[in-house]
Design a protein around this ligand. Structure first.
Ligand code: SUG
Length: 425
């Protein structure tokens, strides 16, 4: 039975605000503030539990081993000797944003009928560029069943690939053949480049589509609007989200909105495009509230629901639009709000925290799937081992480095994934 599984990245014990992501306004705004890794992980786990209780299948990716001494070794240094900037990069907990782990094409879309996953190279940001090795190791374990999954190593540099955050799948139902939309960023000809980097390159998206064996007739490449990138939409999933036949998008998300909508209508006649006009919600409000970084999910009843961050409820233009949509019998029928402020303060909303994989859960390594008892056990471990707070200066503390390594080792042991603790990432 093919179903959608949401694999959430657990927030790691080194979660901090080092301001590492140019173009991510929240990351820049919160630079230097103390973080709360324990609260952050508990907020994420509460969302996972709630989605599981809603009847959705819930999976987990582990935080990566931090500090990443292996990466520093490649750079000829160690945590003791590295500059504060390199230390912060080696301590980043950014792997929590699992939407950037990989791009996923479910079996009904691919030439060999297997679900294909390409791990993202994340080459644009130094602190994210070393995630791929451990992500690849986890993905290879979770989806080891090669009769049903094909796992691809990252696209080589310099072609930037940020994974599912720039990829949308539309289909009559999860199990039906879908139309896959790859959204890339680049300055339009003749336009001044945005002050912020476009992290997803078209060449990378085209390579992923080829590797996955997608049918060109059901594959779309769309340019993100430079205006959205300049407004802080460093990934497409900050301004648009798709689920089954619904595309939920801001009016200014795409460079050629009319052209894209026409192409999608031609390829999937049953599509429902729910567009929020800039006159109702400005790009600035969309970016600060993360309205579109909601999880758009299909509940067991068949109804569509949005899993939103608290900031969406706290932004009057956004909440007014949502309430009117639900009252007016729009395709989205339910709104669930979660406090994810620790992740949000680094630019990561509900949708950033999860990677969607349409597959049969029976084919996934069960160590990566969650139920209530396992969530209880992880919560207890987080309360015991995750630091309560980290100030940016603490990133230079050997005691913190040791605590982070121990916390993650305990998690690997709890989940019976000791092999991930021994690979020396
Ligand atoms: O890559 N933030 C992440 C947020 C990623 C959100 N993901 C999606 N939109 N799918 C990023 O910018 C914060 C970095 C820091 O300052 O520590 C950070 O990496």
């Amino acid at each position: 039975m093919l179903t959608e599984i949401n694999f959430d990245g657990l927030v790691g014990p080194s979660h901090n605000y080092a301001g590492l992501s140019l173009g991510n306004l929240a990351s820049a705004r919160n630079f230097g503030k103390p973080s709360a890794p324990r609260a952050a992980a508990l907020q994420g786990l509460a969302k996972m539990r709630a989605n599981w209780e809603r009847g959705l299948v819930q999976g987990l990716f582990l935080p990566h081993c931090r500090p990443d001494e292996a990466w520093l070794r490649q750079l000829g240094t160690t945590m003791h000797e590295a500059s504060p900037a390199l230390r912060a990069n080696a301590m980043s907990a950014s792997a929590m944003w699992a939407a950037n782990a990989a791009t996923v094409s479910p079996g009904p879309d691919t030439v060999d009928g297997r679900c294909h996953l390409t791990v993202a190279n994340l080459v644009t940001m130094p602190h994210r560029s070393h995630e791929w090795r451990e992500t690849l190791a986890q993905v290879q374990l979770a989806f080891a069943d090669s009769a049903h999954f094909a796992v691809h190593a990252p696209i080589p540099a310099p072609f930037g690939d940020e994974g599912a955050a720039n990829h949308m799948r539309l289909a009559a139902a999860h199990w039906a053949p879908g139309v896959e939309v790859f959204v890339y960023g680049e300055a339009a000809k003749g336009e001044t480049a945005s002050p912020f980097p476009a992290r997803q390159h078209r060449e990378a998206s085209e390579a992923v589509a080829r590797l996955h064996g997608l049918d060109p007739a059901r594959t779309v490449f769309a340019q993100q609007s430079p205006e959205a990138i300049a407004a802080g939409a460093f990934h497409n999933d900050v301004v648009a989200v798709a689920n089954e036949r619904v595309l939920f998008t801001h009016e200014l998300a795409f460079a050629d909105r009319e052209g894209l909508y026409a192409e999608l209508r031609a390829k999937l006649p049953e599509i429902e495009i729910v567009e929020v006009p800039a006159s109702a919600v400005s790009l600035a409000d969309a970016v600060s509230s993360y309205l579109f970084n909601a999880q758009l999910v299909t509940l067991p009843s068949g109804e569509a629901a949005l899993v939103l961050p608290g900031e969406a409820k706290g932004t009057p233009s956004v909440w007014n639009w949502l309430e009117a949509h639900v009252a007016g019998n729009g395709p989205i029928r339910h709104l669930f709000v979660h406090d994810l402020r620790e992740s949000m303060a680094n630019g990561g909303g509900p949708a950033c925290l999860r990677l969607r994989v349409v597959a049969d859960p029976e084919h996934v390594d069960p160590r990566f799937l969650l139920g209530s008892a396992k969530i209880d056990a992880i919560e207890a471990l987080v309360r015991e081992c995750w630091p309560e707070t980290i100030a940016v200066d603490d990133l230079s503390s050997p005691a913190l480095w040791r605590d982070c390594v121990i916390a993650r080792a305990r998690l690997c042991e709890l989940l019976d994934l000791r092999e991930l603790d021994q690979q020396g990432f």
